[in-house]
Design a protein around this ligand. Sequence first.
Ligand code: NDP
Length: 291
Amino acid sequence: PQTSLTLLGLGDMGTALARTWLAAGHRLTVWNRTSAKAGPLAAEGAVAAPTAAAAVAANGLVVTCLLDDASVRSTLDGIDLTGKDLVDLTTGTPEEARARAAWAEARGARYADGGIMATPDMIGVPEAGGYVFYSGSRALFDTHRATLEVPAGARFVGEDPGYAALHDVALLSAMYGLFAGISHAYALTEGEDIAPKDLAPLLSEWLGAMGFFVGNAAERLTSRDFTTGVVSNLAMQVAASGTLLRTAEDQGVSAELIAPYLDLMRRRLTADPAAHGGEDTAGALLLLKKG
Ligand code: NDP
């Protein structure tokens, strides 16, 4: 069913979101600080509100997709949110989301936070596989689920308003670790008679096979047993890590992207070689948690 909603923020992401709601026949009111960005969307059927306050007043469901948490605060400051359902798709930290939820609830609104796992070109393209994590008010999410699922799939991950951001950041952090390893591999072969396009399929295949580590680490963390069914034990892996570091040195490549992880494995082993030597690498992550 078609509904009506308000969207604040017409950057690359906001504009992509807006187009999907308009294309699906929803009545959409938009506002952007730089008002010229609303022009093309008005031509496609959106109502361009003159102020953020007018845009918020127009609908019960208000979606924000602004640069950062500070821009959400400055945009909504002083605007009546009583009875509103506020969905903030702006990227932020879990703590920012929790504070924004408390802030919105103190103003009489229900609040859900969203973490967008997609780039603008993936919005409105289900086969691209993008989606949005949501957390906070389950009642809000259930009320507006169909509308929220128009731009991309929706995954509700808990009533703690910080959890959408926490999932978002966890996935992005894992991604950067992956990018770091891939970058190091290409740097090792850069300038050699090994074409990047020839290394590429080998890297893809290897990383796919090593993806088992995701589920493997989850099982270890759940059982707290890091020693059963170990394929490559930690003592061997720490010994072999010297080869990785010497090769980097010989190739004239900085090991700065992979050295921290190799060092973490070494610290786990040396803390108690008898206890940890037979583990796999997952146990090393226990050293990351502070306090
Ligand atoms: P853009 O830089 O394209 O747009 C930023 C938007 O924020 C514009 O509408 C801008 O208004 C507005 N804005 C910035 N500062 C203020 C302010 N002080 N007061 C009011 N409005 C302000 O960013 P995107 O649209 O790409 O991203 C929006 C959000 O979506 C971000 O939080 C981003 O992290 C998130 N996101 C983006 C992804 C992407 O690939 N693009 C992927 C996943 C999440 P103006 O036009 O006036 O400058």
